[in-house]
Ligand binder design. Sequence first.
Ligand code: TYM
Length: 329
Amino acid sequence: METVVSGIRSTGNLHLGNYFGALRNFIKMQEENKCFFFIADYHSLTTHPDPKILHGNVKNVLTEYLAAGIDPDISTIYVQSDVPEVCELYLLLNMHAYMGELAKTVSFKEKARKQPENVNAGLLTYPTLMAADILMHNANKVPVGKDQEQHLEMTRKFARRFNNFYNVEYFKEPVAYNFGGELIKIPGLDGSGKMGKSEGNCIYLAEDAKSIEKKVKRALTDEGPKEPNSVKPECIENLFTILKVVSTDEVVKHFDEKWNTCEIRYGDLKKQLAEDIIAVTSPIRERILEIQNDDAYLHKVVTEGTARARESASKTLKEVREIMGFKNF
Ligand code: TYM
């Protein structure tokens, strides 16, 4: 049995990128693995969210996690800030994390560019907090999208460094993982980059069919292929990338052939794409509507999950403290 840890920041609703990057395949792994799914609310603080909306965001992710198929009877689901052990491990790991390597992280450089007025220390040490989330359960597999690859590399580095420094074989070196395949990057519908909350180019799991159809219809396309078998421009490649995760192989093959023979009609492609996205999201949306106001259920899930997460975390922390030389009087 492997230990799997998956986290999503509570900065808004879950979108197709979150679902295909970090969730869908792992839902299938729940029975054979020890899975921890958590809501990274501490991580969301780097952008200073309004206190009035913080809790609502956490609740959204919790609801959508459950609606997407996490089974709280077999997996552990919890809110990061309910497990204070993570803060202590974060502090301890920070003593072995160096300014130079943290400042070189792609995500840090990007955020520092985007929010030059708020380059806080939490932003700099974001990878150490993420490493603490993962190492706290001594996980060996971490379902993430392509954008988190470097953070996982750093987690491995911190684990290795700890083991070497204290001359122990304590932490496992966790790998970024997507069920039997490559890490995924789901693009946005605006012709470039990844689908992301801050990019404003998302299709959300909670979105209704009409709104999805509208967004897909508006997706950027070009004037069409001029020659047979030509390379697809980025905006078209992106639509195919999404099609590949929501549709069958036959559908993808059909539109690929149409592209290659210059017979493709983007209207048809978009119609099919919207239909297949809706087929994925509508059962999730229904479940969201069912449970989002069931406060008693959400409370029960979180209470049980927190207890299990703290049990696992406090065991790790106790052992880490011993290794580092802390002793009780
Ligand atoms: P976050 O909240 O940005 O995204 C959550 C997960 O969704 C994946 N993802 C995507 N995958 C493919 N295509 C996309 N367009 C796309 N957008 C998002 C992300 O790769 C991620 O797996 N730092 C993390 C949260 C975190 C975490 C952890 C994850 C904190 N501690 C420990 C795993 C383990 C983050 O910001 O993800």
